[in-house]
Ligand binder design. Structure first.
Ligand code: GRF
Length: 208
């Protein structure tokens, strides 16, 4: 059974999808053992507490330098015995130490089809605004392992949804969350926890 740590900053609907998947037996080879937030007021923390999951808060602004913060987060995750780290809407930039410590053991969910609409500045509603501005007909979400280059690590799963003519950033975001994010994140986590993902040359190979 793998130990899963989930990093959050906001509402935590993706965290909720992971908790529900665990309760429904979709995630069966791992257990969410702690939720770590960059924001003490994140509703995601409430979701964790409601499910008796251990919580912690770590804020960048409480550390003088970025390397000190990077080290503290790495040590915190180590102290929790995390085998897998899931970024579920975590809004603080991660450093070299934590990323290298969890190489191919840290999964992020990005609300677009990478390599489109990703990288610096593409977060939250900005992603969906850019999608609508460009007029693409499909968008979706991507799970991937985290590397030091933003949104560029090995892709685990992707699924698409239709972009509609009358979409607003909010309606598109909601469709992507409901139809893609809340499904592929738990599935990707279970694939990892059941040792079904291998990585070679920045690509993943999934064992069926
Ligand atoms: C999601 O859209 C996710 O793709 C992105 O941040 C958002 C988090 O939402 N990385 P929530 O906190 O899980 O509701």
């Amino acid at each position: 059974m793998k130990n899963i740590a989930v990093l959050v900053s906001g509402g935590g609907t993706n965290l909720q999808a992971l908790i529900d998947a665990q309760n429904d037996g979709i995630i069966k080879s791992g257990k969410i053992t702690c939720v770590i937030s960059s924001n003490p007021d994140a509703y995601a923390l409430e979701r964790a507490r409601n499910n008796n999951i251990d919580t912690a808060v770590i804020r960048r602004k409480d550390f003088e330098t970025f390397p000190e913060y990077d080290l503290a987060l790495t040590e915190l995750l180590k102290s929790k015995g995390a085998d897998l780290v899931v970024l579920a809407g975590f809004m603080t930039i991660l450093g070299h130490q934590v990323i290298s410590k969890f190489e191919n053991r840290m999964i992020n969910i990005h609300p677009a089809l990478i390599p489109s609409f990703c990288g610096e500045g593409y977060y939250g509603l900005n992603v969906h605004k850019a999608v609508l501005k460009k007029g693409v007909k499909l968008s979706g979400a991507t799970t991937h392992f985290v590397t030091e280059e933003c949104d560029a690590g090995p892709i685990i799963m992707q699924r698409a949804v239709e972009v509609k003519n009358d979409d607003t950033p909010e309606t598109l975001q909601r469709r992507i969350m409901e139809n893609v994010e809340w499904k592929i994140l738990p599935l990707s986590v279970e694939l990892f926890c059941s040792d079904k993902i291998t990585v070679k040359d920045n690509k993943t190979y999934i064992i069926d």
